[in-house]
Design a protein around this ligand. Structure first.
Ligand SMILES: Cc1ncc(COP(=O)(O)O)c(C=O)c1O
Length: 418
């Protein structure tokens, strides 16, 4: 017998199953598959040469051995701390100190610490949960909880905004009892949907926590100013309870996965202990790259001038293909494109489930993500919507986009007209 954590982690088999399935499909017929499943950032020559240039400079510098050969304090490389302080001052007009900052490397650890520190069993025996005010949201939050029953969320509220468009709205009437909430977490911009919660919606969340010390963990993996995959007006509002987090993966350093968390020193200290127990320290080479690209404002400039417009072009192309090939008479709706990387598509009253659609598309050479499994924190029985959605990555060549929209439109006509 193994522990409850083992049980919980094994129960994530649906993600593994999907990944495995996709892996097998790719191995068997990679030559005909269009992989719209993954969320790799697009690769641009400018980003590669920038990476090369800074790597070479670091290797040639006197601190190279120190960077790759020396243990350091658990959370940081001091130059990146200084860089983040300046970044916050310039971009958000906020003065922060070293004690406010945690830097982690290797992916989602910052999220892992936050989720398991703020929810679960309290010292008095009660249980607090992480509140996800938007649904769907980033599925890996769920995977990172060490125990089951650590989340509370609200049913999805899709609102049609145009003939083939919709937007998820926040429904305040469904907010849970504050006493039971250990922290709030959301991604803004939201993976998977393409949604960016409005300023008013964010304010409602801040009102919800106003007289409490409930942290609001803001996941800004795709936000302005880095990587800036945003197409609408988006302001980052801070509040006394805001625990801000950002990543460098989507702009430039997908391999290093550097996460920055900014909040009050007491909490940062706790997360830092967690981090030092788990990691001893954060790897420094990626941090040294980030220092060079961020302190020179090169990464912000590249985000704005290269990354944002090129993703936008992809979306314009997808929209063009949708309107050219998708059947007008069928009730399909894509989420409003408020930021890039995914097209989230809803087939209202679809006669089959998203899983079945996934299987048919796979046979026709198209890999996408059926989204039902990822509505994991709500009771799905009453919400047919949860088995009607697909997430489609846009990080492929333009001719492949055209091809997959054609395939999707053919399949969906067959499905509805059967
Ligand atoms: C909303 C969101 N948060 C966090 C992450 C993890 O980011 P990273 O790749 O920087 O570890 C992702 C990755 O796709 C994401 O979509």
């Amino acid at each position: 017998m193994y522990s409850k954590i083992w049980q919980k982690q094994s129960a994530i088999s649906w993600i593994e199953r999907l990944m495995q399935d996709i892996w097998v499909a790719m191995k068997q017929s990679w030559w005909k598959m269009i992989n719209m499943w993954a969320w790799n950032p697009l690769v641009f020559d400018e980003l590669i040469s920038m990476r090369r240039k800074h790597s070479e400079k670091i290797i040639a510098s006197e601190e190279f051995w120190d960077i790759i050969w020396r243990y350091w304090a658990p959370k940081w490389y001091p130059k990146l701390i200084e860089t983040i302080k300046k970044y916050f001052k310039k971009e958000f007009n906020r003065e922060i100190e070293e004690e406010n900052i945690l830097i982690t490397t290797w992916s989602q650890w910052a999220l892992f610490y936050g989720i398991n520190v703020f929810a679960w069993e309290m010292p008095d025996g009660s249980r607090k949960r992480i509140f996800l005010p938007q649904s769907p949201d980033y599925v890996w939050y769920w995977c990172m909880a060490l125990d089951d029953d650590m989340f509370v969320s609200v049913p999805p509220k899709p609102e049609k905004t145009w003939k083939h468009k919709f937007k998820y709205k926040l429904d305040l009437s469904e907010f849970p009892n504050r006493e039971k909430v250990g922290a709030v977490i959301y991604s803004r911009p939201c993976n998977p949907t393409g949604n960016i919660m409005t300023e008013e919606e964010v304010q409602k969340i801040y009102d919800f926590v106003e007289w409490t010390d409930i942290p609001v963990f803001v996941d800004s993996a795709y936000a302005w100013p880095i990587p800036n995959l945003v197409y609408t007006e988006m302001e980052t509002k801070f509040h006394k309870n805001t625990m801000y987090s950002m990543s460098f993966s989507k702009a430039w350093l997908p391999w290093e996965r550097i996460w920055i968390v900014v909040w009050n020193p007491k909490i940062i200290k706790c997360l830092e202990s967690f981090h030092s127990n788990l990691a001893l320290m954060s790897a420094k080479f990626g941090q040294a790259l980030a220092v060079r690209a961020v302190s020179s404002w090169e990464l912000q400039k590249v985000s704005k001038e290269i990354i944002t417009p090129r993703y936008k072009k992809k979306f314009e192309w997808i929209e063009e293909c949708y309107s050219k090939y998708m059947p007008d008479e069928i009730p399909w709706y894509t989420h409003e494109v408020e930021w890039a990387m995914f097209s989230f598509i809803w087939f209202e009253n679809m006669p089959i489930t998203d899983e079945q659609l996934y299987e048919i598309l796979k046979k026709r050479g198209l890999l996408v993500v059926p989204w039902n499994t990822f509505f994991s924190w709500i009771k799905k029985e009453n919400f047919k919507h949860t088995s009607e959605c697909l997430r489609i990555s846009i990080a492929v060549e333009d001719h492949e986009i055209e091809k997959w929209v054609k395939i999707l439109s053919e399949v969906i006509k067959e499905v509805y007209n059967k």
